[in-house]
Write a protein that binds this ligand. Structure first.
Ligand code: NAD
Ligand code: MG
Length: 377
């Protein structure tokens, strides 16, 4: 039987890779929803390619149903997720906007293939509680977490005492702090190994992406931040590793192509041939180095947020989103991003993130405080 698939953020990088998998495997998947935000044309193109599949445009306006788009606005997006009848939703929405659609999918009894790491960073405890009650699976799609998920399933969580989370190091891996002060938007978007959306590309340049992933790993795999080691691995071939109590290390390696972790989540527990070639080890050299927290303070700040727990991870994410948007508008410098996040995290953010209202209220408050500092820069 075909799996019914909702593609949230279908017009983005993860979404396009997911649609590619649907195209390659028409006997296995039936799309039941495509969503986009402001990119109406790209969404309508998907509607023409897959006639009859409902479309939701969360950031646009129009008369639902009249122009080929069935749902409009944020409320429309959430309604679409609730009504689409999917077996599994791939959440490739960028940023904090992905949280409520993840929750809507869970409430609808739908498994979630989760690329949107913000869902876990902002509200991991709430999300896992709801998923447990609704008996749905949260399947990580972030390449590192997909790797760790499979390795842990193979070797048993109880045997794992360390996770090595690999990071490409981004486009500024070798720059000095003086040079980092001068980088611009275009430089930050030139990721060396992965082709991704703008926000995650910038986060890879600041290492905020790896910071978010440390928090994501803590919450997904129930680990302490001190049991997670980030390794700079410029080739992006080793997607992550686990170390067992006996000091044996197991790694997952492949070409850097997001279709693999997406496909793994969609076919789980089966494994299917991937659309790209096998690794050729001839001439391949794999390097690993320690990240530099002085040049890239977004990484130690994430560890701090993970250690403090509660609402700190959410605040780290919110402040970083505001800083990133402001950097994209060229109103602040690259090094200001971490300054803004540190400033917002200095406030007291103890509290439980089991309640959506508290989560959304704290998210707004953190953003407001980030703006007060930006106003002074
Ligand atoms: P992207 O910018 O390419 O695409 C984002 C998608 O989300 C688009 O379809 C856009 O229309 C939609 N969107 C944006 N803002 C929205 C809003 N406010 N409400 C509803 N929809 C909105 O981003 P991406 O690179 O595909 O990343 C998506 C998510 O996946 C992020 O959380 C990212 O961290 C994660 N991720 C991406 C990759 C990758 O290779 N691109 C790898 C790992 C994890
Ligand atoms: Mg990743």
């Amino acid at each position: 039987m075909k799996k019914k698939l909702a593609v949230l953020g279908a017009t983005g990088s993860i979404g396009k890779n997911t649609v590619d998998i649907i195209r390659q495997n028409p006997d296995d998947f039936e799309p039941v929803l495509f969503t986009g935000n402001t990119d109406r044309e790209a969404l309508l193109r998907l509607g023409r390619e897959f006639p009859g599949v409902p479309l939701a445009l969360s950031g646009g306006m129009g008369k639902a149903g009249v122009d080929g788009i069935a749902y409009y606005g944020k409320a429309g997006l959430l309604r679409a997720v609730a009504e689409c009848g999917a077996d599994i939703a791939v959440n490739g929405i960028a940023g904090s906007a992905g949280l409520e659609p993840s929750l809507a999918a869970i409430e609808a009894g739908c498994d979630v293939a989760l690329a949107n790491k913000e869902t876990v960073v902002m509200a991991g405890p709430l999300v896992f509680e709801r998923a447990g009650e609704k008996k749905v699976n949260i399947l990580p799609v972030d390449s590192e977490h997909s790797a760790i998920f499979h390795l842990i399933n193979a070797y048993g969580r109880e045997n794992v005492d360390r996770v090595f989370l690999t990071a490409s190091g981004g486009p500024f891996r070798t720059l000095s702090t003086e040079d980092l002060a001068l980088v611009g938007v275009r430089d930050a978007l030139a990721h060396p190994t992965w082709k991704m959306g703008a926000k995650i590309s910038l986060d890879s340049a600041t290492l905020a992406n790896k910071g978010l992933e440390v928090i994501e790993a803590c919450r997904l795999f129930n680990m302490e931040p001190e049991d997670i080691t980030v390794l700079i691995h410029p080739q992006s071939i080793v997607h992550s590793m686990i170390r067992l109590r006996n000091n044996a290390v197991y790694a997952q390696l492949s070409q850097p192509d997001m279709r693999l972790p997406i496909q793994e989540a969609l076919y789980r527990p089966e494994t299917r041939p991937s659309p790209f070639g096998a690794l050729d080890f001839r001439g391949l050299s794999l390097e690993f180095a320690e990240p530099d927290g002085e040049r890239f303070p977004m990484l130690p700040l994430a560890y701090e947020a993970a250690k403090r727990g509660g609402l700190y991870p959410l605040v780290y994410n919110a402040a970083n989103e505001i800083a990133a948007e402001t950097f994209f508008r060229e109103k602040i410098h690259f090094l200001d991003i971490a300054r803004i996040v540190r400033y917002v995290m200095e406030k007291d953010w103890q509290g439980s993130c089991l309640n959506l209202e508290t989560i959304l209220k704290t998210d707004r408050e953190a953003r407001r405080i980030a703006f007060t500092l930006i106003g002074d820069i």
